[in-house]
Design a protein around this ligand. Structure first.
Ligand code: MV4
Length: 673
C-alpha cells in the first residue's frame, strides 16, 4: 500500500478521498489554486502546494505542474478524483512515465471508452446490448435516411463526439429527417469540430441506470449493483439512488454481467461506471462508460457497506479485489441529493458568494467502511461556513446522502434532512430538492428522465409573500434577540440600571408596542408586537394573535400562535432574518431605523459586541465603506452577527482573521474618515 498520495482535485471529492487516506494512515498531498488557498481540502491535507491561478486550465488541469509536485513531495500515486484530469489518458500516461501510479484505469481503457462510436463498436462485439441503430462511418444523408426508416420512428440523431445532451435531434417522421440531420451536423461541427452522427431508436420515457464495476490487475471484475440517476435537469443529475426502484433480481444480474463484459472488453482496471439507458419495460442498452469514480458513488457505499476509495487504493497498489461477486450484498436503500449554490427559479443560474451561515443536518460521521447499521445521514462537503462559492468551479455545496431500511424510510429521512439543511449567503436548490423528494412523482418510484420537466408547476412553486407563521417566527426571533442584546449591553456599560437595557426584551420600556417592518421579495410587511395584560400579541394587517414562545441561542424556535404550536429556526445575518420552516427558507430583511441608531451609538472603532469567533472579514484594508456596509461576521452564542460600518470611511486596519476567537469589546478593525 502507498504511504503518501497526491490528490489532484479540490472540493468535496478531494475531502472525500483524504478521509479514506487518513483513515488508512496514508499521508495526503493537496494541490490548490490561488482561489482555494484557505479551502477545506487544503486544511485536511498533510502538505499542500499552490499550482496556479484560479481558472482550472491554469491550475487543476496542469498535469505537468501536478506531477512535479508529486515528485517533489515524494507521493507515490495520484488520485485524480472526478472531472479535471480524471479521464485524461495523456495525464495517466505521463504519471506512469514519471514513475507515479495513476489511481484509475490504464490509459488504453480511458481512450477506448472516450471515442464514443468506436466504444459502441467494441461493445457490440463484446455482446453488450446497444440501442437499435446505425453507428457506422457512412454519413451520406440518403443512406442515413434509409437506416432511420429501417429503425422506425421516432429516431434520435446524436453527434458521435457529443455528450451531455448536446447535438441531439429527435425525428418523429421520415419527412423531417434530412433537415434535422443537417441541423444536428451543423451543431456538432460547431460544438465538437466533428460532424459525424449516429442514428438510434428514440426511447420516449427512458431511465438512466448505471452499474458500478470494479476490476483488479489480476483479471477479476465485479459489479457493485446499480444506481438510478434518472432525475436530472438539463443533463445535470439532481437525485441518485441505489438500488434502482423496481429492479428485479434477474434484470440486475443481466445488467451486471453486461457491465462486467463492457469493462473486460477494454482491459479495465479500477472503479468504473457503465451507463445504460433503460426502457420502462426493463430492456436496457449501453450508453457509455465513465472511467472514473463518480460523484454519486456514496449511494453504492451506503448499500454495500464498502469504501470505494479504499478499493481504488488497493487495486492501484496491485492488490486483489477484497470481495468476490458472491460476497457483495445489497443492504437497504440509499438516496443522494446534490445541494447546489444555484437559483432554481432563475433557470438554475449558479449563485456565487460568501457562505455566511451553513448548518448541515445532523450527520453520523462517515468513517469509510461502515459498521452495521450504516450511517443514516451522511454529508460530503468541501466547504465550511465562511468559505466562498466562486465562479471558477462547480457550485456544489454538498452531497446529502441518506440510508434507510427501504426506499420509504430513506425518502422520509432525506425529506427531513433537507429541512434541516440551512444556507445563508447564496441561493440554493435545497427547497427545490425538498419539493422533488416530497412529490408524488418521485415518491412513487416511477422514475424517468423527464420527471422534473413534467412536474414543473408543482416543483417550481411561485414565490409567495410571508405567511403569518413566518412573520410570527421572525418577529419573535427579533424580539428575543434584541432582548439579549440589551442584556449584553447592560452588562458592559457603566450604567447597568439604565432602562434602555431591560432584560424583558422590550427595548423601549416606555412603549407598550413595538413595530418591526420586514421586507421579503421587495414586499414590506409591518408586524406590531403589543404588550397586553394577558401576554404578548402580534398584529399584522387585520390579524391579531396571541404570541408566546422560546428561542434557544442556536436559533431553534418554538412559538405558540393563538394556541397553535409552530416550530422553526431563525438565523440573522446582518439585518436579514432567514426563517426556516417546512423545508422552505424565507428571507426577511429588517427595515428598522433603530438599528442605525444603535450603530451610531458606537464610536469610530468597531468592537465585538460579545465574545465569539470571526467567521468572515468582508472588506479588505484600504476599502472605502459606506455607513451600514457589512464588515465582519462574528459567531457568538451560536448565532451570526454582522458588524456593519457605523459611518462612512476607509478601512485602516483589520485586526483578526477568520477562525480567530475574540473577546468582548475588542476592536475588530479601525475606520478612518
Ligand atoms: C437517448 C434518449 C432516448 N433515446 N437515446 C441524453 C444524454 C446522452 N448521454 C444520452 N441521452 C439520451 N439518449 C435514445 N436512443 C434520451 C436521452 C436523454 C437522457 C438520458 C439519460 C439521462 C437523462 C436524459 C435526459 C434527456 C434525454
Amino acid at each position: 500500500m502507498f504511504s503518501k498520495i497526491l490528490i489532484a482535485n479540490r472540493g468535496e471529492i478531494a475531502c472525500r478521498i483524504a478521509k479514506t487516506a487518513k483513515r488508512l494512515g496514508i499521508s495526503v498531498v493537496a494541490v490548490y489554486s490561488e482561489a482555494d488557498a484557505g479551502s477545506r481540502h487544503v486544511s485536511m491535507a498533510d502538505e499542500a502546494y499552490c499550482i496556479g491561478p484560479p481558472p482550472a486550465k491554469d491550475s487543476y488541469l496542469r498535469g505537468d505542474a501536478i506531477i512535479e509536485v508529486a515528485k517533489k513531495s515524494g507521493a507515490q500515486a495520484i488520485h485524480p478524483g472526478y472531472g479535471f484530469l480524471s479521464e485524461n489518458d495523456a495525464f495517466a500516461e505521463a504519471c506512469a512515465k514519471a514513475g507515479l501510479v495513476f489511481i484509475g484505469p490504464p490509459p488504453s481503457a480511458i481512450r477506448a471508452m472516450g471515442l464514443k462510436s468506436a466504444a459502441k463498436a467494441l461493445m457490440e462485439k463484446a455482446g453488450v446490448p446497444l440501442v437499435p441503430g446505425y453507428h457506422g462511418d457512412k454519413q451520406d444523408p440518403a443512406f442515413l435516411r434509409t437506416e432511420a426508416d429501417k429503425i422506425g420512428y421516432p429516431v434520435l440523431i446524436k453527434a458521435s463526439a457529443g455528450g451531455g445532451g448536446k447535438g441531439m435531434r429527435v425525428v418523429e417522421k421520415g419527412g423531417d429527417f434530412v433537415e434535422a440531420l443537417a441541423s444536428c451536423q451543423r451543431e456538432a461541427k460547431a460544438s465538437f469540430g466533428d460532424d459525424q452522427v449516429l442514428i438510434e431508436k428514440y426511447l420516449t420515457r427512458p431511465r438512466h441506470i448505471e452499474i458500478q464495476v470494479f476490476a483488479d490487475t489480476r483479471g477479476q471484475c465485479v459489479y457493485l449493483f446499480e444506481r438510478d440517476c434518472s432525475v436530472q435537469r438539463r443533463h445535470q443529475k439532481v437525485l441518485e439512488e441505489a438500488p434502482a426502484p423496481g429492479m428485479q433480481p434477474d434484470r440486475r444480474k443481466a445488467m451486471g454481467a453486461a457491465a462486467v463484459a463492457a469493462a473486460q472488453a477494454v482491459g479495465y482496471v479500477g472503479a468504473g461506471t457503465v451507463e445504460f439507458i433503460a426502457n420502462q419495460d426493463g430492456s436496457f442498452y449501453f450508453m457509455e462508460m465513465n472511467t472514473r469514480l463518480q460523484v454519486e458513488h456514496p449511494v453504492t457505499e451506503m448499500i454495500t457497506g464498502l469504501d470505494l476509495v479504499h478499493w481504488q487504493l488497493q487495486v492501484a497498489a496491485g492488490l486483489p479485489l477484497p470481495l468476490t461477486q458472491d460476497q457483495v450484498k445489497i443492504n437497504g436503500h440509499s438516496i443522494e441529493a446534490r445541494v447546489y449554490a444555484e437559483n432554481p427559479a432563475k433557470n438554475f443560474l449558479p449563485s456565487t458568494g460568501l457562505l455566511k451561515h451553513v448548518r448541515t443536518p445532523e450527520a453520523v460521521e462517515f468513517e469509510g467502511a461502515m459498521v452495521q447499521p450504516p450511517a443514516s445521514v451522511r454529508v460530503d462537503s468541501g466547504v465550511r461556513p465562511g468559505d466562498t462559492i466562486s465562479p471558477y468551479y462547480d457550485p456544489m455545496i454538498a452531497k446529502l446522502i441518506v440510508w434507510g431500511e427501504d426506499r420509504g424510510v430513506a425518502l422520509a429521512r432525506l425529506a427531513r434532512a433537507l429541512g434541516e439543511f440551512e444556507v445563508v449567503g447564496v441561493s440554493t436548490n435545497i427547497a427545490f430538492l425538498g419539493r422533488v423528494v416530497k412529490s408524488r412523482a418521485f415518491s412513487s418510484g416511477d422514475l424517468d428522465t423527464g420527471l422534473i420537466e413534467r412536474n414543473r408547476d408543482e416543483l417550481f412553486a411561485p414565490a409567495s409573500g410571508p405567511r403569518d407563521d413566518v412573520l410570527a417566527l421572525a418577529a419573535f426571533a427579533e424580539f428575543t434577540l434584541s432582548g439579549w442584546t440589551a442584556t449584553q449591553r447592560g452588562k458592559t456599560t457603566d450604567e447597568p440600571n439604565s432602562p434602555w437595557h431591560l432584560v424583558d426584551g422590550w427595548r423601549l420600556n416606555e412603549q407598550p408596542h413595538h413595530t418591526i417592518v420586514f421586507v421579503e421579495d421587495d414586499q414590506s410587511t409591518a408586524v406590531t408586537l403589543v404588550r397586553a395584560a394577558s401576554g404578548m400579541r402580534m398584529r399584522t394587517g387585520s390579524a391579531d394573535y396571541a404570541l408566546s414562545g422560546k428561542m434557544s441561542p442556536d436559533g431553534a424556535l418554538r412559538i405558540e400562535l393563538d394556541g397553535r404550536s409552530v416550530g422553526g429556526r431563525a438565523v440573522r445575518v446582518g439585518s436579514e432574518w432567514s426563517i426556516f420552516l417546512g423545508g422552505e427558507q424565507h428571507r426577511l430583511a429588517l427595515k428598522d431605523d433603530l438599528h442605525e441608531l444603535e450603530s451610531d451609538a458606537h464610536g469610530g472603532t468597531l468592537a465585538a459586541p460579545m465574545p465569539g469567533k470571526i467567521i468572515a472579514v468582508l472588506v479588505a484594508k484600504g476599502a472605502r465603506v459606506e455607513k451600514g456596509t457589512p464588515l465582519v461576521i462574528l459567531e457568538a452564542m451560536k448565532m451570526e452577527h454582522t458588524i456593519t460600518a457605523p459611518r462612512a470611511g476607509t478601512v485602516a486596519s483589520i485586526r483578526f482573521a477568520p477562525g480567530e476567537q475574540v473577546d468582548e469589546g475588542v476592536d475588530l478593525l479601525t475606520l478612518e474618515d
